[in-house]
Design a protein. Structure first.
Length: 478
């Protein structure tokens, strides 16, 4: 039960992304007087230019792949030529229509979130906000007679959720036409003939996978030995094998020195002197927090060397009245984590019950084809001795439902405690792994043993059956 204050608590939220949205909604539900400041639209970049549009594009790519692979299941598509002969048609993608749809869905989602906040009683101000001390926001709305007007918002608690933006390099500066960040891809009218992707992290791998399915020739430039260097090594190996089998060129241990636009395309020059020519280039070389010049240091908030806001497990900063959520903080940059941070911040500030966020229990997903979902301790951490655990891997190809669906790539991998048999982590590589990982996440969160997980009844046949099969194979005799 929330602590009863003598007067209504005032909560001001800077930034309307997943973290800011959830903070504002939770605060309103707890009876606070809430003001949300957002410069673009509710949902922030996650909804308008990042997560929602990118995953919508990936859904189209998945549909394209499904059509292309339908012949393996005995489904064939034909049209009749003028002579009456059956001709197999090409699968084409109307990228202009795809982009129009995904941007429309993003705006719809933003409006739905805005409506929810208004219904809850949140005051929304559109404008540029900055901190003026630990308990005040100053907002430039640009609506005054002289072109600028200011609102001053006093609050008991401030929640900063200003997000991040694509990192740009002087040697490969995006122009929005040929050299693009992931926020600029949605202006393209046609599928790029040859897309060069610089960066093989999550963003680079996801878009490389999607545009290969959409019909682009894709060259992925990776400075590391393997794509997705921060992920499970077995999972990354599967994804790289699928990339290459689908016709993608993967240049490992290759660093892009510069990317220049020409009249008809782009030229990427590698550090070893090699040159790669394409029609377009996506720069996916990380992101930077939007924390400059918004008064954080002046308000006493500690930042990391990279500019991220230091927070603890309840999203509190070095200043007791200021919290931070999302990609601008030094926590895990996931929309789900931002939402949890936003709620946790408000619950803590208003004296409600709080469960500090445990990074070890956070589930993450990479939306390549197939997807990679992970939770808990990793195999690398076990092998490095950071914890003791048993590792078991079950190829998905042995699953009867996978055979029916024509799935050849992927696996289920579980990690359990050596002593207790408790599930401490897992990896799933499969179509829609983001949906399949939940039972493993629940096992990690609630410290279930593999025997307890194995006793659950999966549908037969189903892909989730591989989870209980793996758990059964790790049976612990007490």
């Amino acid at each position: 039960m929330a602590y009863k204050f003598e007067r209504t608590q005032r909560i001001a939220v800077l930034g309307g992304g997943p973290g800011g949205y959830e903070a504002a909604l939770a605060a309103a539900q707890l009876g606070a007087e809430v003001t949300l400041v957002e410069r673009e639209g509710v949902g922030g970049s996650a909804v308008l230019t990042d997560v929602v549009p990118s995953k919508t594009l990936i859904a189209t790519a998945e549909a394209t792949n499904s059509i292309g692979e339908a012949a393996d299941l005995g489904v064939q598509f034909f049209v009749r030529s003028e002579s009456g002969r059956a001709v197999r048609p090409d699968v084409t993608v109307n990228l202009a229509a795809v982009n129009a749809r995904l941007l429309r869905l993003a705006r719809q989602q933003s409006e739905d979130m805005k409506s929810q906040l208004i219904k809850a009683g949140v005051r929304i101000i559109q404008g540029e906000g900055r901190l003026d001390g630990p308990q005040r926001l100053v907002v430039s709305t640009g609506k005054g007679k002289k072109g600028t007007d200011f609102d001053e918002i006093d609050a008991d608690t401030l929640v900063v959720s200003v997000g991040a933006r694509p990192r740009m390099l002087d040697s490969a500066m995006p122009d929005g036409e040929r050299i693009l960040t992931w926020t600029q891809l949605y202006t393209l009218d046609q599928v790029p003939e040859h897309l060069i992707v610089v960066g093989s992290g999550v963003t680079g791998a996801e878009f490389a996978s999607a545009y290969t399915a959409l019909g682009s020739k894709v060259t992925l430039i990776s400075s590391r030995e393997q794509v997705l260097p921060g992920e499970d090594a077995d999972a990354a190996r599967v994804i790289e094998d699928v990339f290459k089998r689908n016709g993608m060129t993967v240049l490992s241990k290759s660093r892009a020195e510069s990317v220049k636009a020409t009249k008809t395309g782009v030229i990427a020059t590698l550090a070893d002197g090699r040159v790669v020519e394409g029609t377009h280039c996506l720069m996916a070389v990380g992101s930077l927090p939007n924390t400059e010049d918004i008064g954080l240091k002046e308000a006493g908030v500690q930042l990391t060397d990279s500019g991220h806001i230091r927070v603890n497990r309840v999203a509190r900063t070095s200043m007791p009245s200021i919290y931070a959520a999302g990609d601008c903080s030094d926590f895990l940059p996931l929309a789900s984590v931002a939402s949890m941070q936003g709620r946790t911040a408000v619950y803590h500030a208003m004296g409600d019950a709080v469960y500090p966020t445990e990074l070890r229990n956070v589930t993450s997903n990479i939306f390549t084809q197939p997807e990679i979902a992970t939770v808990g301790w990793s195999q690398k951490q076990i092998e490095e001795g950071l914890t003791t655990g048993i590792i078991y891997k079950l190829p998905l190809a042995s699953n009867p439902r996978a055979k029916m669906m024509g799935i050849k790539d992927g696996f289920v991998k579980l990690f359990t405690s050596t002593r207790s048999g408790t599930v401490i982590g897992g990896v799933i590589v499969a179509p829609h792994a983001s949906e399949l990982i939940l039972p493993v996440s629940l096992a990690v969160e609630h410290r279930l043993t593999v025997d307890q997980l194995a006793r659950a009844f999966p549908v037969y046949p189903s892909l989730t059956g591989s989870i209980t099969d793996a758990a059964r194979a790790m049976h612990i005799v007490n």
